[in-house]
Design a protein around this ligand. Structure first.
Ligand code: FES
Ligand code: CO
Length: 332
């Protein structure tokens, strides 16, 4: 399964502190924990001894190093996964084969990312988000939001402007202003890019002070990841040169269950983070019931399964891209 070779976000980095944390990715239970150097580790959440959940255990100090202690018989595992102590047998030196199943984990963009499988040289990179390294933009994480649908349905919703006037009426659109002008869409090595997408919005961002014509640019940067940039008319936000980018971050928990975050980047350093989060919460909670009502929850890759118009050309290209990449999780 190619999805196992991709990096996926699993939790906000701040949420992994002294205690181990249980998460689920691509139908597998994982435990995350931090060692004495604050590095994050992601292992299968199953003790290799008798299968107990390691996330019920604790992080302990063992000869000056951090180790994860199993809740059942207290076996201790060092950061690379190897078992270093079996309390029932103080003189026993566990062989190298006594180890927890460790996966690759990194911290980036405010999240912990996990890759279940490595292919060596050709390993995929993290989904790009240029704003992350832009010192002129402040970053705020929003979420998590748990949604009963597949990751690809969420990506499509993020790319979709035609729902603004209905799902987000009075916020991102109005039903009498639902027209979608033609826009450009092109394939990229990692997915697709859509540009020149314009919408009239009563309140385009948390910073809006007036309705505005807003230009959107979208990019799918990995099978389950996307970002957008929004350029509202300066007068509508009261700030010259205002810029905003949002990265959609999805953990494909199960084929029909996802956990979502938004990484929000803004050139405005004044507004408080709580109001940005409250706005994002409002918008996403409007999307959620509609997303959860879609049937099937897995995204149909056969283009004949649902109807398409020219306004949907970004999502049609996305479906072709997933098919071409050989994606099987969360699609049908
Ligand atoms: Fe983990 Fe026995 S099940 S130590
Ligand atoms: Co929406």
């Amino acid at each position: 399964m190619i999805e196992r070779q991709l990096w996926h976000p699993v939790v906000l980095a701040d949420e992994v502190a002294a205690a181990p944390v249980a998460v689920r990715l691509l139908g597998e239970n994982l435990v995350l924990w931090r060692d004495e150097a604050a590095a994050v580790h992601a292992w299968a959440d199953r003790c290799p001894h008798r299968g107990a959940q390691l996330s019920l255990g604790r992080v302990v100090a063992c000869d000056g190093r951090a180790a994860l202690e199993c809740p059942y018989h207290g076996w201790r595992f060092e950061p690379d996964g190897r078992c270093i102590q079996v309390p029932a047998l103080p003189d026993f030196v566990p062989p190298a084969t006594h180890r927890a199943m460790a996966h690759a984990a990194v911290e980036a963009q405010g999240l912990v990312w996990v890759r279940l499988e490595s292919v060596g040289q050709g390993d995929a990179a993290l989904p790009a988000f240029e704003a992350e390294s832009d010192a002129g933009m402040r970053k705020i994480s929003c979420g998590p939001y748990d949604v009963e649908t597949s990751a690809p349905r969420l990506v499509e919703n993020f790319l979709d402007m035609a729902h603004f006037g209905f799902v987000h009426e009075g916020w991102l659109g109005a039903r009498e202003m639902a027209v979608i002008d033609d826009y450009r869409v092109e394939a990229t090595p990692d997915g697709l890019r859509a540009t020149g997408c314009k919408a009239w919005q009563p309140q385009s961002t948390a910073h809006s002070t007036a309705p505005a014509q807003v230009e959107y640019g979208y990019e799918v940067t990995a099978p389950y990841a996307a970002m957008l940039t929004k350029v509202p008319e300066a007068s509508s936000v009261g700030i010259d040169g205002y810029r905003e980018s949002i990265a959609l971050r999805i953990c494909p928990v199960d084929a029909e269950r996802s956990r979502v975050w938004f990484r929000f980047a803004t050139s405005d350093f004044e507004r408080d983070a709580a109001s940005v989060r409250a706005f994002q919460d409002t918008i996403f909670l409007q999307d959620k019931p509609v997303l959860e009502s879609q049937a099937p929850k897995r995204l149909p890759l056969d283009l004949r399964a649902e109807l398409h118009t020219v306004a949907d050309k970004a999502s049609s290209l996305y479906r072709r891209h997933l098919k071409m990449r050989g994606i099987t999780f969360g699609v049908c």
